[in-house]
Design a protein around this ligand. Structure first.
Ligand code: T1G
Length: 696
């Protein structure tokens, strides 16, 4: 045998062990010896049953994603070959599952006759998160085991289920309470001794027949999938494949599934989502913070400010199992903040996303105070007070006076200079930015802002805390707005001109929705509150013709029932408002702007290309380490459509020469410097380069 696949005997049961670190992915170098071993054992009369187990952290976690797009992915024996060999084996084959059985790993297990799992195991088909559908029988076998409706939900969400739920759904046949392999061997031997005919999942129909008789519930789920797909092909293809499992003979459904998989894996959407899968992991590799740099232990934390952000940050810490003391200036403000936290958790319980016990456990990790001294033993304190430098400096001065030596002092500032805040303390090496995105207990992005003096182990500490909070951390440098908000300014720079020149708010928002954004900039502004931008502009001595006019009319957005749109009777649904469009026309007339119909393509070029250009400048200034970090920021913090891979990956899809040509065109037409192409972008375009091929 190879060192990747080994075989040993436990009596007349053969145990096949896969050892292909780090996640036992189904690489070609693993498939070949595995196929050979199973083929030999299948015809060995001395072997009465077979157990397939894995060494290391997990059972097979799927196909080897790094092989996609190469000949290795399709080279035989491929996974369908393995599945066919397994299910035709004339003796019991048992999958022994620990860690995660995901994607092709679960498909391999489904081709076995039985599955035994440890209590902590998770099982799922996450292919949709890679822009794919299960490509080796998952959409045909899983519905036969757990029923079409549960299978559809698992496949379209891509979320795994735990072993207990899997047992209840008959996805696993037994839970191993003791040693997994020993229990699996005992289970296999018992099945062999029973001598009952082996049932292949492909031959089962008992869970499909009732749905075939009455498709209403199932079709309702499919309609919901279609409505939520927002331009993504994989969820729709996955749903169609599950419907095929019900309507088609097994082999026909398998072929249709394979054809759909081959189509998706070669498409831009899957390439974009696979790019993001690796980009998220790449982002945690930070210059000067190698694996040898240990994070400081974080057992107790503090949050300063119990407003929207402070409350959300405290919830994130509690959700990550980390005790937190939240500080406010007055009892009244503290009570209000704690009340909001409690209400938010109760909404989650009502929605069924957490149990009442989990809510109580999380609330039990949060306590409040109005006394800075109560933060003295915290290992990490995160400030979330008003976005004004004098207030930040005052808070950090107080923190510096009371926090214990070695405590990490973090600011949640969205824009301000972390170096200046650090200079307000005697310990700038312990100061860092941890920029959460609202709502902080929901949005996964965490921009970790490294100051000039921030120590490497402080960065490691923020990264580790981010992981514990299940955030997606990206380390960025200090500039106004860091990466996300700096590029957001570029995306917004032409919005007023587009309005004055003839595009309505709803036309601009529709162009964004059709691109795949969850909402357009004007819907977003009404949701966040137009008065926030208005206050910032006034503090910077800037103006916005339309935005200022709306705020002067008290139209702040959803919170006032009117903004760019109307929100009738407390509804959150935006309705176009003729009064706003008349205001825009009147302003345009005053300014002598000739109005015209503006095509969606122009709207996208004048908003998203400046974002790409700003991203190129950010890379030149080393504010971001690599283009893929920018993609992670935008897909996790602002809803950039994952099927386009983030702004920099998308720019490659557009073609950098085209991006540069259009930037120069609009620079000439408008004179706005957001269109002046960055030197590095012009260089990449001129030399046939791309962001995704760009060395880190
Ligand atoms: N292929 C290749 N590399 C993988 C991989 C995979 N499937 N999964 C993880 N890695 C690498 C990862 O890049 C990282 O590398 C290291 O392993 C540790 O990963 C035919 C077509 C299993 C839950 O989508 O969800 O099967 O950065 O940091 O936090 O129908 O990895 O160390 O160099 O994430 O402990 C379906 C994806 C594939 C599972 C472990 N399977 N992986 O999490 O470690 S498509 C998936 C995960 C498929 C079939 C279809 C997680 C994990 P590096 P990690 P972790």
């Amino acid at each position: 045998m190879s060192d990747i696949v080994s075989v040993r005997r436990e009596g007349d049961v053969a145990v096949v062990t896969i050892d292909n670190p780090p996640v036992n992915a189904l690489s070609l170098r693993m498939r070949q010896p595995l196929y050979a071993a199973l083929e030999a054992l299948g015809t060995d009369d001395g072997v009465k049953a077979i157990v397939i187990a894995c060494a290391g952290a997990t059972f097979v976690a799927g196909a080897d994603i790094t092989e996609f797009g190469t000949s290795k992915a399709l080279e035989r024996p491929n996974l369908p070959d393995l599945c066919t060999l397994l299910e035709d084996t004339a003796k019991p084959v048992v999958a022994a599952i620990h860690g995660t059985a995901l994607g092709g790993g679960l498909e391999l297990a489904l081709a076995c006759h039985f599955r035994v799992a440890v209590p902590s195991a998770r099982l799922g088909l996450p292919e949709v998160k890679l822009g794919l559908l299960p490509g080796s029988g998952g959409t045909a076998r899983l519905p036969r085991v757990v029923g079409p409706e549960k299978a559809l939900k698992m496949i379209v969400s891509g979320n795994p289920i735990g072993a207990a739920e899997a047992l209840k759904s008959e996805l696993v046949d037994a839970i191993a309470e003791g040693d997994l392999v020993a229990d699996a061997v005992k289970f296999a031997a018992a099945k062999a001794a029973e001598g009952k005919p082996l049932v292949r999942i492909r031959d089962r129909d008992e869970k499909l027949a009732p749905v075939r008789e009455n498709t209403q519930g199932f079709e309702g789920l499919i309609a919901e999938v279609t409505r939520k797909a927002r331009g993504l092909e994989a969820p729709i293809a996955a749903a169609a494949a599950v419907r095929n499992a019900i309507e088609m003979p097994f082999d026909a459904a398998l072929k249709a599934e394979r054809d759909s998989f081959i189509h998706l894996v070669q498409g831009d959407q899957s390439r974009a989502q696979r790019h993001l899968f690796f980009a998220e992991r790449e982002a945690t590799k930070v210059a000067g913070v190698g694996k040898d740099v240990q994070p400081r232990p974080v057992k107790r934390t503090g949050v300063i400010g119990a407003g929207t952000m402070g409350g959300g940050i405290a919830m994130s810490l509690a959700n990550g199992g980390i005790p937190v003391t939240i500080l406010e200036m007055t009892d009244e403000a503290l009570e209000r903040g704690l009340g909001t936290i409690s209400k938010n958790y109760s909404v989650s319980v009502d929605r069924g996303s957490i149990s009442a016990e989990e809510r109580d456990a999380r609330l039990g990790r949060i306590n409040g105070t109005t006394d800075y001294a109560d933060l003295a033993d915290c290992d990490l304190v995160i400030e979330a007070v008003f976005e004004e430098m004098p207030i930040k400096k005052e808070v950090f001065g107080k923190l510096d006076a009371i926090a214990k030596p070695g405590a990490v002092l973090a600011t949640n500032t969205s824009y301000l200079d972390v170096n200046e805040i650090a200079a307000a303390t005697s310990r700038p090496a312990d100061v860092i930015g941890m920029h959460f995105f609202s709502p902080a207990n929901v949005m996964r992005l965490l921009e970790i802002v490294r100051g000039e003096k921030t120590a490497p182990d402080v960065i490691a500490t923020a990264l580790d805390a981010g992981r514990r909070m299940k955030k997606v951390p990206v380390v960025v440098g200090v500039c106004h707005g860091f990466v996300g908000n700096r590029m957001l300014s570029s995306r917004s720079a032409e919005l007023e001109s587009l309005l004055l020149e003839g595009a309505t708010p709803e036309e601009i928002d529709k162009a964004f929705l059709d691109f795949g954004w969850p909402m357009g900039p004007f819907q977003m502004g009404d949701l966040a509150g137009l008065d926030i931008g208005w206050r910032t502009r006034k503090s910077l001595g800037k103006t916005a013709v339309i935005g200022d006019a709306l705020c002067e009319m008290g139209r702040f957005g959803q919170k006032t029932g009117k903004g760019f749109y109307l929100y009738e009777d407390g509804s959150r649904k935006p309705k176009p408002d003729p009064e706003v469009n008349k205001l825009i026309e009147d302003k345009a007339r005053e300014l002598g702007v000739n109005r015209r119909t503006i095509p969606a393509e122009e709207i996208i070029e004048r908003t998203l290309y400046p974002m790409v250009n700003e991203g190129a400048k950010i890379l030149e200034e080393k504010i971001a380490q690599r283009p893929s970090d920018i993609d992670i920021v935008w897909t996790n913090g602002y809803g950039f459509p994952i099927g386009k891979g983030g702004p920099m990956f998308w720019a490659d899809l557009e073609g950098l020469p085209k991006v540069v040509e259009r930037l120069e065109h609009w620079h000439g037409k408008t004179g706005n410097d957001v269109f002046k192409p960055a030197a590095s972008l012009k260089q990449l375009a001129a030399t046939g380069g791309s962001f995704s091929a760009r060395p880190a």
